[in-house]
Unconditional design. Structure first.
Length: 653
């Protein structure tokens, strides 16, 4: 008998359409076993017929112990009655309850929020024979909703307060302006009488007028401070940056303050660097900061006391210090010193000479410049006020003629770009490069000229100023009337041409990178940092290693070793081969030396060295925090070769 050519095909059954009761039960069992929601079935008497794992877990019992029982067997009478009332609505009226949100107390006594859904269950004839219930814990959802509501409420409150604050600032500004005009007239009239212009006056009258003039001067200072604070609060305080020698600014007022100090029997001295310190600042505002700090030092230093004004040039900052042997400030006073309308002195005479805005204003002006301000003081011994300003050390090579050109352009409202080209580790670079320094910088200047001619196509004279410093391996390109796009094009082309130049001369392992100068800007996304004086500054680095003090975000725990048996734990913010920036609760002084110890996270090696504190920034006190925190800049002292190599390896510098 011949076999049929057609083989019988096996029927494939889609599992989803199977009528196999065992399979359906398995699906249902998986749902009941693994869902986090509480699921239960009740008969029309409210007795439990079936519960899932989440139900028994919540009650810390077993399914066997709950079956046949009601809610009154597990919950408080009040809670059970509420649940029974809902069950009755479903069982008797056939009305479902969907997503009922209520606050409940779990079996373990913890309050939470739940969403409950109850639907009727019918037999084959359509008669209600029970209900199915699902309860979900929505505590987190409710918390998030509450947070959102609180956020909206707080935002509305903040908006209202900002509106009121703006109104207050505008009112203060308006009143201050109105007061200045009559005050100026009063001052002029008093001066006419004091000088004898309108007739002779006797010595007693002159003394009265002298006191009147002093009080007018004091009142004008108060009005100016209030006006400046209101401008800062409204964001209306404008800064006019100029390139100046900081030494000149400080020396201009030196004779004035020395005269006042001498009259009070105080020895006032200045300790300034020998070389020029060229920085971009608002001349008048920095003068205002200095005036407030020196005036306070004289005001709170007794006869035969000493005051020192010092300027220290750091790598990327200039630090100005006003140090006195006055009465000092308490620790509590130091925490509040830079707040508005705060006076913490014990000198009642001095207290009457201001309203407590000078230091608050100084803080605002320093921070608007991108610097830090802080105080170190001991009661009965004296105080040290320090503030820093960002320093473009490359710009120190600019002479007075170029500075004047720059400031003339700024006065005309012209836009200026600085592109600073620096060879990193210049001494080491010269040793491994066969190109003579004079030829190198002559060629660099030629490359820069070529790029400018290509990009800008000047018709007559050069539109850029190039200042070469062969000794330090730097040159400054000053590019007036530039757009950001054009300056970027010049920067990139100069970078590529210099790369090709070193490749042609077989100088290996050379990198070139464009970095940003440390001036603040409200828009961090800008490719260049912008100042309010139309100054835009870039740095271009050439070398075989990264910039010496380029800081890398890095957060190891750091132990500050204060003495043999005393250490203070702190947390680093960033680190470089030259130093570390950290946050601490320890009270430390500028220029003091401490030991530090930290573990490198990648290779788990310990680095221990000495460090010098170069700057301090007092941080706002956190809610509930008793001790104040400070942000410190520490410079490594005599870092061991082994530790330096570990650090460089860790940071891949």
């Amino acid at each position: 008998m011949e076999k049929s050519s057609k083989t019988k095909k096996k029927k494939i059954v889609d599992p989803a359409n199977r009528k196999d009761l065992a399979y359906k039960y398995k699906l249902f069992s998986d749902l009941m076993e693994h869902t986090p929601d509480v699921i239960y079935f009740k008969d029309n008497k409210g007795r439990l017929l079936m519960v899932n794992k989440a139900y028994t877990k919540g009650l810390k019992t077993t399914a066997k112990k709950v079956l046949g029982k009601t809610d009154f067997d597990f919950f408080s009478k009040k809670r059970a009655e509420t649940m029974a009332k809902d069950d009755s609505q479903v069982l008797k009226k056939g009305k479902s309850i969907i997503d009922k949100i209520e606050r409940a107390t779990r079996h373990d006594g913890i309050d939470n929020y739940v969403s409950t859904t109850k639907i009727p269950r019918y037999d084959s004839k359509g008669k209600i024979i029970g209900l199915i219930g699902i309860t979900r814990d929505i505590t987190r959802r409710m918390q998030l909703e509450q947070v959102w509501k609180d956020k909206v409420r707080i935002e509305k409150k903040v908006e209202m307060l900002e509106g009121m604050n703006k109104l207050k600032s505008e009112f203060i500004s308006s009143v201050s302006h109105e007061l200045r005009t009559p005050l100026a007239i009063i001052k002029q009239l008093v001066s006419l009488v004091f000088d004898g212009t309108v007739g002779e006056i006797n010595s007693k009258q002159k003394e009265v007028l002298r006191k009147t003039k002093n009080n007018i001067k004091r009142l004008k200072k108060i009005i100016d401070e209030v006006l400046d604070i209101s401008r800062i609060e409204r964001g209306a305080l404008k800064f006019n940056y100029v390139l100046i020698n900081l030494k000149d600014l400080i020396e201009e007022s030196a004779d004035f303050f020395k005269g006042i100090a001498k009259d009070r029997g105080i020895d006032l001295k200045y300790k300034l660097p020998k070389n020029q310190v060229n920085i971009f600042i608002d001349y008048d505002r920095v003068n205002q900061i200095l005036f407030n700090l020196i005036d306070n030092a004289i005001k709170f230093t007794e006869e035969e006391g000493k005051i020192k004004i010092e300027v220290k040039v750091l790598e990327t900052k200039v630090r100005i210090g006003v140090i006195d042997t006055g009465m000092g400030i308490t620790k509590t006073g130091m925490n509040e010193l830079f707040n508005k309308f705060v006076q913490v002195s014990q000198n009642t005479i001095a207290e009457k000479k201001g309203i407590g805005l000078g230091l608050s204003l100084a803080k605002e002006l320093v921070e608007r410049h991108g610097g830090e301000i802080w105080v170190e003081s001991k009661l009965g011994i004296g105080s040290k006020f320090y503030f820093t300003l960002p320093r473009f050390y490359n710009l120190d090579i600019l002479d007075d003629d170029i500075k004047n050109q720059i400031n003339n352009l700024l006065d005309k409202g012209r836009s200026i770009y600085f592109i600073n080209v620096s060879i990193v580790n210049y001494r080491e670079f010269k040793l491994r490069s066969k190109i003579k320094p004079k030829k190198l910088f002559r060629d660099l200047e030629s490359i820069i000229d070529q790029v400018f001619n290509e990009v800008c196509k000047p018709k007559r004279k050069k539109i850029q100023i190039v200042k070469i410093d062969i000794r330090n391996g730097q040159c400054n390109i000053i590019f007036p009337n530039a757009t950001e796009k054009r300056a970027m094009t010049v920067s990139e082309r100069v970078k590529e041409r210099i790369k090709s130049y070193f490749s042609k001369h077989k100088v290996k392992d050379v990198f070139i990178t464009v970095g940003l100068m440390p001036y603040p800007t409200p828009d961090k996304s800008l490719t260049t940092r912008k100042l309010s004086a139309n100054i835009h500054i870039k740095e271009m680095y050439i070398g075989s290693k990264m910039r010496r003090f380029k800081r890398i975000p890095y957060e190891p725990d750091v132990d500050i070793i204060l003495s043999k048996n005393v250490t203070e734990p702190s947390r680093a913010v960033d680190i470089s081969r030259g130093g570390v920036c950290l946050v601490t609760k320890a009270s430390l002084a500028a220029d003091s030396e401490v030991g530090i110890k930290f573990e490198l996270s990648k290779n788990e090696q310990i680095v221990q060295t000495k460090a010098r504190i170069t700057w301090i920034k007092n941080l706002d006190q956190l809610p509930g925090e008793k001790n104040t925190r400070s942000k410190l800049g520490l410079e490594f002292i005599k870092l061991k070769t082994k530790d330096r190599q570990l650090l460089l390896k860790e940071l891949k510098l």
